[in-house]
Design a protein around this ligand. Structure first.
Ligand SMILES: Nc1ncnc2c1ncn2[C@@H]1O[C@H](COP(=O)(O)OP(=O)(O)OP(=O)(O)O)[C@@H](O)[C@H]1O
Ligand SMILES: [Mg+2]
Length: 422
């Protein structure tokens, strides 16, 4: 029997991490430019401003962003995003690069970098549409400066730091920032002060421009935002303050050894851990040195993950850990003699956290992630109790929160846009 001749296939090379299910990606129309993909394949999610064609697809129930880039930039960005994740820097997760694409006629096409859609993240544009900039500014700038510090501690030069290349997520009353565009990133063993200063200068210039654009778009209708020049100076001040809190050398006398402990505690309070400290002693006392590369973000997130397996942002984790601690105290006050921290955390998870999350109606799960829901619930209960003059029952607080707060909120798991993607 003669084999049926196969139709000539356009070629493509797909590199992808196994955990996303690469088989799901095989039948996408790689032989067409991203811009021409049929709309039934695409999910219309809102995106920030940018130059490239970016489209969103649902594969096996998960959302992914595809961005077309010229070779060799897509593979480079994919590798860099992998490295950012390995170093614990908040960024979208690069899961694949698609290269050597060509059309059915053999015409070469640009490469594509595939990232996992960052759930519950909001581009600046979307946040500003919901809340005027002046109200957001404090949290926004803190999150942005914090992201830049984290990148620099881990030895990454960003090169295109801007608000449009940042995604923001709610973080228990604060915002957490994640990098979304790593095209210009470089990884070094350690950044020089000059490289950091240059990156900060790029951030200032980009943000200044972005704020002017926003002002122009807002016209006369919105409360005037503070002067862009002041905002930009503020970003720098926040960056420098945090950098120095984390890495500044400290000198103390022989009788001031407690300052070592205090410094490490302060580091933890800021949400960081030191893998190693270096102490030089001389005839005057001690000099404490923290190498940027050994200062790691995520103190509370790691602790929460170790105790409960839950993943959360830093501030959310701080909040949940505080709730675990008060749950543990309550157990002991009820007469349980000694409850270890891991035991309390395990019981809190099973008796408090999981039942609470399970009691939120399914159709509302897309509004907030579980840790954020729990945080908002604690806040809500606190307000209800204040008003009532006594501690309001947890179940009652859940009912009230769901009916008067959560139900009216917009879905944020993936911000579906009313405009065409692009
Ligand atoms: N993984 C993702 N999750 C959520 N949103 C994403 C993701 N990837 C991209 N986006 C959205 O698409 C926008 C554009 O992506 P990106 O910044 O990577 O490309 P670009 O801006 O076109 O590139 P450039 O900044 O070089 O012009 C982002 O601002 C973001 O809103
Ligand atoms: Mg961009």
């Amino acid at each position: 029997m003669t084999p049926v001749p196969e139709a000539e296939e356009a070629r493509t090379r797909i590199q992808m991490i196994p955990s996303v299910g690469p088989a799901e990606f095989l039948d996408l129309p790689w032989e067409s430019p991203l811009e021409e993909w049929p709309s039934e394949l695409l999910v219309q999610a809102t995106r920030g401003l940018g130059r490239h064609v970016v489209r969103f697809v649902d594969r096996g129930g998960a959302l992914f962003a595809l961005k077309e880039l010229q070779a060799p930039l897509a593979e480079r960005e994919y590798r860099l995003l992998r490295r950012l994740a390995a170093e614990g820097v908040p960024a979208v997760e690069g899961v694949g690069a698609v290269r050597e694409r060509e059309t059915a006629d053999g015409e070469p096409l640009a490469d594509i970098v595939v990232t996992r859609y960052l759930e519950f993240s909001l581009p600046l544009r979307v946040m500003i549409a919901r809340r005027p900039l002046p109200e957001l500014l404090d949290r926004l700038l803190d999150a942005f400066a914090g992201l830049l510090v984290r990148l620099h501690l881990a030895g990454f030069f960003w090169g295109d730091c801007s608000l449009s290349n940042t995604l923001f997520r709610r973080d228990a009353g604060a915002l957490a920032a994640a990098l979304v565009d790593a095209e210009t990133c470089e990884h070094h063993a350690r950044l020089t002060d000059g490289q950091r200063a240059y990156d900060l200068q790029i951030a200032e210039e980009n943000i200044f421009g972005e704020l002017l654009d926003l002002e122009a778009q807002a016209g006369e209708t919105v409360t005037p935002a503070p002067d862009p020049a002041d905002i930009v100076a503020d970003v720098r001040a926040r960056y420098e303050r945090l950098w120095s809190d984390l890495t500044a050398e400290e000198v103390f006398a022989r009788h001031e050894r407690h300052r070592l402990e205090e410094r490490l505690r302060r580091l933890n309070e800021l949400g960081f851990d030191a893998e190693e400290v270096e102490i030089v002693s001389d005839e005057h006392g001690y000099r404490l040195h923290l190498e940027p590369g050994v200062v790691e973000p995520g103190h509370h997130r790691r602790l929460l993950a170790r105790l409960t397996g839950l993943s959360a942002q830093e501030n959310q984790a701080r909040r949940l850990l505080a709730d675990i601690a008060s749950f543990r105290r309550a157990l002991e006050e009820r007469g349980e003699r000694f409850v270890s921290e891991p035991a309390a955390a395990g019981r809190w998870l099973a008796e408090v956290f999981e039942p609470t999350v399970a009691s939120i109606p399914r159709e509302l799960h897309g509004k907030r992630d579980a840790a954020e829901v729990f945080h908002e619930l604690l806040e809500h209960r606190w307000h209800l109790s204040e008003r009532a003059g006594h501690e309001v029952d947890f179940d009652e607080a859940v009912r009230s929160y769901v009916d008067t707060v959560l139900r009216d909120e917009a879905d944020e798991r993936a911000v579906v846009s009313d405009e065409a993607a692009g």
